[in-house]
Ligand binder design. Structure first.
Ligand SMILES: Cc1cc2nc3c(=O)[nH]c(=O)nc-3n(C[C@H](O)[C@H](O)[C@H](O)COP(=O)(O)OP(=O)(O)OC[C@H]3O[C@@H](n4cnc5c(N)ncnc54)[C@H](O)[C@@H]3O)c2cc1C
Length: 365
């Protein structure tokens, strides 16, 4: 009985304190209406103070890249604040270069709107839209990779550059009560504008990938925003080297298909690194492209083929295999996508082979 009384009184005190904190938050931190001035008067928003700059902009349909969904872990939601953001927070500092700090760049997920604020954002961010999409196809690619097709509603179209990414919002599922937002590169071509295709690798215990692999079915509706990112093809080279691993194939597939579809006369090598045969996918698709476009070459390389794989192709690290086909980086562009370890190794080898650092483009994830 005594224990029960103690539990009840502790719970009661905790509940009262929580209510007091919520009431205090509401009345003491009541910032009222605040104005957000964008690009020196180009747009002005009136928002309720107290929320983050990132979420206030999103609720006005201005979407800033944020692969972690505002959790201050990805560092992508940088915005130049001209005035009204308050002092820089220690939690922002690790994500900002000294130049960015000098120019007033801030993490918009950590800037709380407490008064009128002036910001500057690049024009292309106004092109980012919210789409309510229907899952129209789910294809098993490997033991841990699925490809998804999302169809937009009839009147919705997307304009993007091959290589860019979208952000998916998950809904609560199972024991997971909160929503999550994650970034996924578009694997389809820009000309296919009434939807997007994404290639998603399952991360064990991952919030979004478990949702996508286990809780999403054909016909489900998904909220998706985009396009985001500056990983896209620059037009000024005739020779491209592409290197990818796992789901990193997604943006590379989009870029290669876009080049071919536009009839551009480019020499292209695509090196795809995988562990074993079970990690290869879209092989027939790329072999088909090789036959149709003699200037395109697809070279999958297995780092750990087992005898049962009966593999006759290239083996070893994708960087070593690439060196067998490419003698110098002079005049060539490289586009890489995969894990941070793979990208770092590729950049090291490519710069050693005289690829210009500024002509090596990549997305790490
Ligand atoms: C610009 C960009 C583009 C991306 N494009 C793609 C894409 O096309 N396809 C794709 O599959 N993913 C892509 N990602 C990664 C994706 O956004 C998620 O980070 C990933 O799917 C994991 O999300 P999750 O919610 O399942 O895992 P979380 O719940 O975020 O993480 C669960 C655990 O797994 C770890 N973890 C997180 N990510 C990885 C990883 N990639 N490998 C191993 N462990 C990890 C975390 O540290 C954590 O411990 C991209 C990321 C960025 C930034």
């Amino acid at each position: 009985m005594e224990i029960l009384k103690t539990i009840l009184s502790v719970t009661g005190i905790a509940t009262i304190l929580t209510v007091l904190i919520i009431v205090a938050e509401k009345f003491l931190n009541n910032y009222g209406e605040c104005k957000i001035d964008i690009n020196e008067g180009e747009k002005e928003l009136t928002v309720e103070g107290g929320s983050s700059l990132l979420s206030s902009l999103a609720s006005n349909k201005i979407f800033i890249p944020s692969a972690c969904g505002g959790k201050a872990t990805c560092g992508l939601c940088k915005i130049q604040v001209i005035d009204g953001a308050g002092p820089l927070l220690p939690t922002e500092e690790p994500f900002l270069t000294p130049d960015e700090v000098k120019n007033g760049v801030r993490l918009s997920c950590l800037v709380k709107i407490k008064k009128d604020i002036k910001i500057s954002i690049p024009e292309e961010l106004f092109n980012i839209k919210e789409y309510n999409a229907t899952v129209s196809r789910i294809t098993d690619m490997t033991h841990d990779i699925k490809e998804f097709r999302f169809d937009f509603d009839e009147d919705e179209d997307i304009k993007f550059k091959a290589g860019q990414y979208m952000q998916i919002e998950t809904k609560p599922y199972g024991k997971i009560k909160e929503k999550a937002i994650r970034a996924y590169s578009i694997s389809s071509v820009p000309s296919d504008s009434n939807g997007v295709e994404l290639i998603i690798r399952r991360v064990p215990g991952g919030l979004c990938t478990t949702y996508m692999h286990e809780h999403i079915n054909k016909g489900n509706r998904v909220r998706i925003t985009g396009p985001y990112g500056d990983f896209y093809r620059r037009d000024d080279s005739n020779q491209y080297i592409f290197m990818a691993g796992g789901s990193g194939m997604a943006p590379i597939k989009s870029i290669i298909m876009d080049i071919i579809e536009k009839g551009l006369d480019k020499e292209m090598f695509f090196f795809f690194g995988a562990v074993g045969v079970r990690d290869l996918y879209h092989t027939d698709f790329f072999r088909g492209l090789e036959k149709e476009y003699p200037k395109f070459k697809y070279i999958p390389a297995l780092s750990n083929a087992v005898p049962e794989d009966n593999w006759k192709g290239e083996t070893g690290l994708v960087t070593d295999v690439m060196k067998k086909y490419i003698d110098t980086g002079n005049g060539k562009h490289a586009y890489l996508c995969g894990s941070p370890g793979m990208i770092n190794a590729c950049v090291k080898v490519l710069t050693f082979m005289d690829f210009k650092e500024e002509l090596i483009y990549y997305d790490k994830f």
